[in-house]
Write a protein that binds this ligand. Structure first.
Ligand SMILES: Cc1cc2nc3c(=O)[nH]c(=O)nc-3n(C[C@H](O)[C@H](O)[C@H](O)COP(=O)(O)O)c2cc1C
Length: 357
């Protein structure tokens, strides 16, 4: 890992190491990959406004998420099949989160079970990602299992009623290695397979499912994949605890806007009635800072953790998360803020607005 000093360094090294099929699976976005590219470009369009002569000698990156402390407001998004990157898989990502004190979100299509992840990183905060099963008794069972394993919240993915068209994956068709299992998606250990797990999903789920989840689960509910103020308001009215702005890392509907561009309108619509989180395209501490400035309470990364895992398993994922934490800390010091609650919209601006300030 020597010489790898930023997330982009890890990405380059991981892309070099991975085989064609796995590289295509992890890297690709939908269609022309315009949203994939814009997710990153949009962060670069936002400028920082550093303030001077403030005491930033002691900085505190901690904050409160769903009523409990995190040491740093950075987490790992649910990404499927992390054992294709490294045998440590999701356990490695969870350990990385345990080290930095963020939140690990385990994918429904994880290759480590929620019990394994809990045992590997007992002190990490963990949330459980899920899709609605056609058989709701199974979904209810999933909640109970996740809660028993110490997962604190459930995260419903709402932006994938079907899978987006990822051309690179079509060119490099996915060949699921038989030794890899999906122990969370399907309770019957003998029948685990990606296509079965996908077939079992209720692709017709509507807002009614959200009301149902609220009525059967005691765990806080987060909706992941919200991209409009209208949907955010709907979610809040149904009592959802967290609105997770995401375009699935540009993998679902191409030409959807970059998440950082829609964050302000959604924060305004939610009006503190739920927490707002964001992922898609976050690669630097300055990106995290910009999302916090525009109203996100917590910021997540998907592929960066995979690049870390690919490069050096748990150690690589940990290094990536430490880099992001340290870059956030540095950004705070250089913009003149000593704690997370002081990161407000005045610290960011667009190039066009510079002459009007
Ligand atoms: C390989 C891969 C697998 C993913 N699997 C899931 C998943 O199982 N559930 C889910 O809600 N999102 C999934 N996502 C989306 C991520 O949770 C996250 O929204 C996205 O990766 C964020 O963008 P970033 O990779 O630019 O950080 C996946 C993304 C990738 C790249």
């Amino acid at each position: 890992m020597e010489g790898l000093v930023c997330v982009d360094d890890f990405e380059k090294e991981a892309l070099r190491k991975l085989g064609n099929v796995t590289r295509a699976y992890y890297r690709s976005g939908a269609d022309d990959e315009l949203t994939l590219k814009d997710n990153g470009a949009a962060f670069s369009r936002i400028l920082l406004r550093p303030f001077m002569l403030r005491d930033v000698s002691n900085r505190d990156l901690s904050t409160t998420i769903l009523g409990k402390k995190v040491t740093v407001p950075i987490g790992i998004s649910p990404t499927a099949m992390q054992r294709l990157a490294h045998p440590d898989g999701e356990c490695g990502s969870a350990k990385a989160i345990e080290t930095i004190g963020g939140i690990m979100v385990l994918s429904y299509f994880a290759t480590c079970s929620c019990e394994e992840v809990a045992a590997a990183a007992p002190n990490a905060r963990k949330w459980f990602n899920f899709y609605m099963h056609k058989d709701r008794t199974i979904t209810q069972g999933v909640f109970k299992r996740a809660e028993k394993a110490g997962f604190e919240a459930v995260v419903l993915t709402v932006d994938a009623p079907v899978i987006g068209k990822r051309r690179d994956i079509e060119r490099n068709p996915f060949d699921f290695p038989p030794h890899i299992k999906l122990p969370n998606a399907c309770p019957d250990e003998e029948e685990l397979s990606v296509s079965k797990a996908h077939d079992d999903i209720d692709h017709g789920a509507t807002w009614e499912a959200v009301s149902w989840i609220k009525s059967v689960s005691r765990l806080p509910l987060v909706l992941k994949g919200i991209q409009t103020a209208e949907d955010a308001i709907h979610a809040v009215e149904l009592g959802v605890d967290g609105i997770w702005i995401s375009n699935h890392g540009g993998r679902q509907i191409d030409t959807a806007p970059a998440t950082i561009d829609i964050l302000p309108s959604i924060v305004k619509a939610v009006d503190n009635r739920a927490e707002v989180y964001l992922d898609s395209g976050v690669r630097r501490g300055t990106d995290v800072f910009k999302a916090l400035a525009l109203g996100a309470k917590m910021v997540f990364v998907g592929r960066p953790a995979i690049w870390g895992l690919t490069v050096d398993g748990t150690k690589g994922a940990t290094k990536v998360m430490e880099i992001l934490r340290d870059e956030l800390d540095l950004t705070m010091a250089l913009t003149g803020v000593a704690d997370i609650k002081s990161i407000t919209p005045k610290f960011v601006c667009s190039r066009d607005s510079l002459s009007k300030l």
